[in-house]
Design a protein. Sequence first.
Lengths: 323, 323
Amino acid sequence: MRPVSKILLSVLMAATTHAADPLPSWNDTSPKKAIIEFVKSVTTKGSADFVPAPERIATFDNDGCLWAEQPMYFQAFFIFDRIKQLAPQHPEWKTEEPFASVLKGDHKGALAGGEEALIKMTMATHTGMTTDEFNEIATDWVTTAKHPETGKLYTEMVYQPMLELLAYLRANDFKTFIVSGGGIDFMRPWTERVYGIPPEQVVGSSVKTKFEMRDGEAVVMRIPELNFIDDKEGKPVGIQTHIGRRPIFSAGNSDGDLQMHQWTQAGDGPRFSLYVHHTDAEREWAYDRDSHIGRFDKGLDEAKAKGWTVVDMKNDWKVVFPE
Amino acid sequence: MRPVSKILLSVLMAATTHAADPLPSWNDTSPKKAIIEFVKSVTTKGSADFVPAPERIATFDNDGCLWAEQPMYFQAFFIFDRIKQLAPQHPEWKTEEPFASVLKGDHKGALAGGEEALIKMTMATHTGMTTDEFNEIATDWVTTAKHPETGKLYTEMVYQPMLELLAYLRANDFKTFIVSGGGIDFMRPWTERVYGIPPEQVVGSSVKTKFEMRDGEAVVMRIPELNFIDDKEGKPVGIQTHIGRRPIFSAGNSDGDLQMHQWTQAGDGPRFSLYVHHTDAEREWAYDRDSHIGRFDKGLDEAKAKGWTVVDMKNDWKVVFPE
């Protein structure tokens, strides 16, 4: 190709890119239209709804909103894998619940002890090492472990339409944050690569940590004590602690995100709250009001009453996972 | 002026800006040279010390590093002003210490009770309202209150050379954070305007907060309980909690910043730690090893032993405050 036509081609391509659909995996149904209309209104200078770029804060739940969460939270698979890995150093686990159930492959039994059992397993697997060491452990797992039903890496089970939404908001000078009940340091090692969200824009649940000098080297140790639960009423608190500015856009999928949406909506000016509704048993999973994981009941009622945007996965998304 | 010469002028001005000294208020002494050399080494592609932009995290202490801190922390003036303002609603304060001393104008007496008295006064003045209400209170104060000795707004007592350093780092794709023992929500209302640092990049001490519905409106209440002290050993913990990535550049001025520097230095690759040494009794205040506020003793020893950059305010800075 001669230089002149090369230039022409690149100009044409740039024009095409500019005109391209920013949300190609979304059907042209009402959620897509509402998102684009909102983004246009807050980014159009002179519009009554214009919001200066630094105030364009968007917060996203992770489990069930950016990646899947069935048949159980992916971090629970990490916990079980870690328990199996650490078992040789803990012979007592053979008879001690909930560890004994995990080692027998009985995940339901392990979770039967409810929150207490889950916290016990989290402390046993997420603490006692430095932050750098934990970072490496989580990175190793997430780059190798496969989902038992799909055989995919967990990071391949992210929602393509939501990746496009994140990119579209950032292209319009939004700052995108994760605000998840999941472990903050479990997510941080991979959110930048997978979602384009850097560690400092991840808000999540945490254990306490402690600075110390170990053999003359500065380390931060993870200690077996809960620090913060970033779920339900915790989400606005997490947002206030980490961001200090109210979001104008929030996205979630369960009752655990309701208070985040309420906090977003309570601000002045234009606000957008989005709920992903899991309606697609064929391409993903269908669940809502009666689900143990990602229960969507009060949130669904309030979304309907307040006119928030509810995404019907089956009808509103062309694809679910990246192809 | 005719269009052509206007264009010419703007081209010339752009060229001048490009070649301009990025740190004009710094003398050409070793700290300035070390800063520029470091920034060049981590931003030069192909250099062995190159650091990708997302990892260029820079953390700055606030009191005594970005703004002054004498004769006492500026937030203490805020506390005293608030106590005087709230006194009519608290007749009991007339006889209750440390409030009684404050109301008599005896600041030293009020602080004689040490940490316990300070926490008592902080809780009385910083909690019991929503985060939005506190934001407004802090904004009102910082835009009107004057320093008793200089008669300046407190935000005019920021260090011009440090403002230039922040801007220089950001121009080289560093992300600048405050990591201060001061109150996170006391700083956030003005750090963006004064330092160019948005609320989500401020790490500081905090009280606990709680989400609730008040008259049907979502609010986050500030409650009278300490949440986190972002000083000394707390600084690496605050950095890990909020940023989740180790800084490659840190700046402070006291022993309270020593652990932050140690944490910065413990990472791989190029690292820069800077200490501002208050040596200028004429233009500011001179204090170090024996000072009650901003004691700089262990930090000074370690900086010398490790070869960190120590800024001698008197000799290394052309100006102290913006003119």
